[in-house]
Design a protein around this ligand. Sequence first.
Ligand code: NAD
Length: 420
Amino acid sequence: MSGKYEFFQVIQQYLKEAARAVELDPTVEHLLSQPKNEVIVNFPVKMDNGEVKLFKGYRIQHNNILGPFKGGIRYHESVTLDDVKALAAMMTWKCSLMKLPFGGGKGGIKFNPREHSALELQKVTRRFTHALGGNIGPDYDIPAPDVGTNSQTMAWMMDTYMNTVAHVNKQSSRGVVTGKPVASGGTLGREKATGQGVVHCITEWAKDNRFNLEGCTYTVQGFGNVGANAAMILSKFGASLIAVGDHTGYLYNPEGFNEHKLTEWVREHKGIAGYPAGKPITRDEFFSVKNDIFIPAALENQITEVEAAMMHTRVVVEGANGPCSPEGERALLDKGVVIIPDVLANAGGVTVSYYEWVQNKRSESWDLEEVDARLDKQIKAVYQEVQHLARQKNIDLRTAAYGLALKRIETVYHERDIFP
Ligand code: NAD
C-alpha cells in the first residue's frame, strides 16, 4: 500500500454511484456529500510521569435527519479527520439501512492506546468527553466503541458526561453512550453483536447459495472485538479458521485454530503473536491462503488490487469498515468473489446499540434471547432486501445497500423539506 488513501473521497464516490443507480434526488445527494458538523478539540492530559501531553480529538456529525448522530470512537495512531468523516458518513447509511432512528457520527483520537496505562487511558477519555461537552448527549449524539476502545471506555465516557449535567438529568443520561458494561447500563449481547451480525450475513449467504458451512475454511484479519466474536460464533457451524492476523503478525494452521483458546491468548497477550498452535506467516502469505470465506475485521484499505490478486476466496464479509479499496473491490468482483458490504455485514453492532439505548430509555433489561432474536430477524430481513435490489437492478451488494439507505433518507427529506 503506497500513497495517501483518501477514505472520504472513496465514500463520496460510492455515494455518487449508488445515487445514480437508484436515481436519488440530486439535492439529497448534495446534502449528504458533506458532514453537518466537524468538531475538533485539543485537550491536555497529565501522564503518569508528570508530563503534560496535548491530544487532538475529532467528532464528526454527518447527518441527523433520521435521529441522533450515532457512531463509534476510535483510538488509533492512524486516525485522521478524513477517516472519521468517511466513517461518520457510513454510519448514516448503516443506520438508515437497518431502519434505526439514528443518524451518523464518528469520533476518534490519533494516538496509540497500547502505549498508555489504564489510568492514562481513563484520563484521556474523560478529558475528551469533557472537551466534547454539549456536542454529545443521549438525544443528540451517542458514541460507542470502535477500534482501540471498549466497554470500559464507554463507562468512563458515561460517568464523565453524567457528572457534567444537572443532578435531575443524571439518571436519564445513561444513553449518552452505548456498548457500556452490562452492570453500568449496557445490554446483554452487545459485546458480540457485530461479530454475530457478520455470521448472520454468512449463514444467509450460505443458505442462498446452498453452501455447506460445515467443514468449510475461513480466514480473519483483525482479531479484536469483531474478528474474535465472529470467529467464535462461526466455529459453532463447523467452519475452520485456518489463517488469522492482527497488528502483531499473521498465523497459519491448516488443521484449524481453536477460536476460543486464541481469544483467551489475545486477551492475555494483547495480540496473536506467540500463539503456539500456528505457524507465523507474512502478510502476503496470509492473503494468499486459499479459503471459502474471508473476514476483514481490522482497518480500512487492507484489500487493494495487490491483495485482491493474491486472494482465493468465495465471499468477503466486511466486518471492518471500508476494508476494500475501490480497486481491490473491482478486482475481487471481476474474479467472481461476492462482497457483503460493511454497512450491512457489521451493522449488528449499531443495531444492538439501539436496543441498549431503548432499554436505557425505558429502564428495562432484556434477556439475551430477546436481544439475539431481534438482531437475527432484523439483519436477515435487511440482508434479503439488499439481495433483492441487487438482483433486480443488476448491481453489486454495496451499491444496493447504499441505494436502499439513501432512498429512505430521501423520503424523509422530501417529507420535511429544507428549513426555512
Ligand atoms: P478492536 O480494537 O477490538 O480490534 C481491532 C483489530 O485490528 C485488532 O485485532 C488489531 O490488532 C487489528 N489491527 C489493528 N491494526 C492492524 C493492522 N495494521 N494490520 C492488521 N491488523 C490490525 O476493534 P473492533 O471494534 O474489532 O473493530 C474492527 C473493525 O470493525 C473496524 O473497522 C471497526 O470500525 C469495525 N466495526 C466495529 C464495530 C464494533 O462494534 N466494535 C462495529 C462496526 C464496525
